[in-house]
Design a protein around this ligand. Structure first.
Ligand SMILES: Cc1cc2nc3c(=O)[nH]c(=O)nc-3n(C[C@H](O)[C@H](O)[C@H](O)COP(=O)(O)OP(=O)(O)OC[C@H]3O[C@@H](n4cnc5c(N)ncnc54)[C@H](O)[C@@H]3O)c2cc1C
Length: 542
């Protein structure tokens, strides 16, 4: 026997709304006194309580410890193509669906509230955000490009119920949608797609039906009711709505699941390697426009990658600060030690910058159609943020883990899961380089909108950063922009974050990231942040 002391348990239940005053303050600044009653923050408060509860933490833990299993064949060798998941996974899906986050952008043009709901959810479980993100992103794409199909499925698409039964579309109360783009030979360069689409001369909902053959190397949430799939018709790569069951409900639709990915993280969420064997697909895009349509969908999912990474940062920060407040070393609480305060304050600043940016981006998604400034936030700054915030989350989670010392490294705690979760947001839906190149492309395409953005930012910055912004504008148009693309995207994201912060956080963010050569890409806790303790307490009140 040995005496036990100085032990700090991780937090396994937390009201995620009440304990996040900076989130509440930022949303209060935005609240519109003329808004409809359902803009009341009560449902966010409710969701923060629900998803932060001990029960939901347990759902997350169990769903990740017992990953999905593929049941390819039944006992007699007939094809099942079924993935069995933990019941707690279904509870997580039911929760996010019931929150209304999936349908709200479609129904009300509001991306902000769903982003906050995703942010709350993602602090507890990230895997379930994958099908939620894909479904949410597919709705505006279907409504715009295949309106009659959308109308035919409107009710189950927009439902706040969850229906996990494996049934044909017409018998479901709620539908989940995925996306199938990446093939073995390449995911970034979608022009390399080799899956084929052959017209069958059939029609449905005023659209041509095709026969799809080929494969997808990453096919997340394979039990989804349908996927938007890229396949090559005679005219070129096109986008198809490929349901799990055939449209006439007679049988499964020839989407063969070969294997589930054995992934680093995101383990609660199945990701399959799939083949199409004469699968029915309904043409969504105009022929040849498939890549553009799926990139439009990816535009929405990229926002949710930023949201998901901000959520991981918040969850890691809260655990790290909680631990440092309870654990002593060398006779003093960790949180009282000057060097640990530097680390925690730096993490708090990183998270606050990510939160501010994520909220501003989400806001722009609902307004970009009518306003060039908002279009610049959505179209140019979102890929920059996808690169920057998702990459910062990798190092962030590692640093937060280290605050817990060896206790952070073990799988019995939550930090290890957060750490394993972080890289996927950076890789999927456009990896870092692809995002940096997209920033350049968008800057070229949206010259006028970007100018409006530069003008607005100039007014929010002080002179050294204004000079930096001017240099950045020139560099984006320079001949060597491609080799500089990562740096330029990172600068855009940093200046955008700075412009959104106020007071002591703004000063410390500027000093630590922009004025001193910056810790950008550097070491957390290494830039001599002033007022560190106050920054920690502001982010995570004791
Ligand atoms: C957990 C998980 C789930 C996923 N789920 C899905 C899904 O449901 N549906 C789906 O379609 N895909 C999915 N993906 C695939 C993902 O979107 C791709 O992995 C990603 O788009 C990159 O494609 P790739 O793996 O083929 O890499 P490649 O395209 O081969 O790229 C490799 C590297 O080269 C870089 N690169 C590419 N082009 C350039 C360039 N011009 N200049 C410089 N560098 C470049 C990339 O940034 C990347 O770092 C998933 C991936 C993961 C990890």
């Amino acid at each position: 026997m040995h005496p036990e002391s100085n032990l700090v348990d991780e937090l396994h239940a937390l009201d995620l709304w009440q304990t996040d005053p900076l989130l509440r303050a930022r949303l209060a600044e935005r609240s519109d006194p003329h808004a409809e009653r359902d803009d009341d923050p009560a449902d966010l408060a409710r969701y923060g309580r629900l998803i932060g509860s001990a029960a939901a933490h347990d759902w997350a833990e169990q769903a990740n410890r017992r990953p999905p299993e593929l049941q390819g064949l039944d006992a007699r060798g007939r094809r099942l193509e079924r993935v069995d998941t933990h019941p707690h996974w279904q509870r997580l899906l039911a929760s996010i669906r019931a929150s209304g986050a999936l349908a709200r952008p479609q129904l009300q043009g509001d991306w902000l509230r769903p982003a906050v709901l995703f942010y709350l959810h993602g602090q507890v479980e990230a895997g379930s955000l994958c099908p939620a993100t894909m479904t949410q992103a597919a709705l505006p794409v279907l409504a715009r490009h295949a309106p009659s199909l959308f109308e035919a499925l409107r009710e189950p698409l927009l439902s706040t119920e969850h229906d996990d039964a494996d049934r044909p579309l017409q018998h479901k109360r709620a539908l989940w949608l995925g996306m199938g783009m990446t093939e073995k030979q390449g995911g970034s360069d979608l022009r390399s797609c080799i899956s084929t689409a052959t017209p069958t001369h059939g029609h449905l909902h005023g659209r041509l039906l095709y026969r799809i053959d080929g494969h997808k190397w990453f096919f997340s949430a394979p039990m989804s009711d349908a996927h938007l799939v890229l396949a090559r018709s005679d005219e070129g790569p096109s986008c198809f709505f490929v349901p799990r069951w055939r449209f006439d409900a007679s049988a499964l639709n020839g989407v063969r699941l070969l294997r589930l990915k054995d992934k680093l993280g995101n383990r609660s969420n199945a990701g399959a390697e799939a083949e199409f064997h004469g699968s029915e697909g309904l043409l969504v895009s105009a022929p040849r426009r498939g890549i553009a349509v799926l990139v439009e969908m990816a535009g929405y999912t990229r926002l949710q990658c930023v949201v998901g990474s901000t959520a991981l940062m918040r969850a890691a920060l809260v655990q790290a600060v909680h631990y440092a407040r309870g654990r002593s070393a060398f006779g003093q609480l960790l949180v009282d030690q000057p060097l640990m305060q530097q680390v925690l304050a730096d993490l708090a600043l990183e998270w606050e910058g990510a939160l501010a940016l994520m909220l501003r981006l989400a806001e722009s998604f609902g307004r970009s159609a009518a306003d060039p400034l908002e279009r610049a936030w959505q179209r140019v700054i979102t890929p920059a943020a996808k690169l920057w915030v998702c990459k910062r989350a990798l190092q962030f989670c590692g640093e937060a883990m280290e605050v817990l010392g060896g206790n952070g490294y073990v799988e019995t705690g939550v930090l290890a899961r957060l750490y394993r979760e972080a890289p996927v947001n950076s890789i999927w839906e456009g990896s870092g380089n692809v995002m940096a190149l997209d920033v350049l492309r968008a800057a070229r395409q949206e010259g006028e909108a970007l100018q409006a953005w530069f003008d607005a930012l100039q007014a929010r910055l002080e002179s050294p950063e204004r000079a930096r912004l001017a240099a950045l504008r020139d560099a984006l148009a320079a001949a060597d922009a491609e080799t500089q693309a990562r740096r330029l995207a990172a600068e855009l994201a940093l200046l955008a974050q700075l412009s959104l912060l106020d007071g002591a956080a703004r000063e410390a963010f500027c000093a630590s990231r922009l004025r001193s050569g910056g810790t950008a890409g550097g070491l957390y806790g290494s830039s001599g942040i002033g007022g560190a303790r106050a920054l920690i307490d502001r982010a995570c009140p004791a």
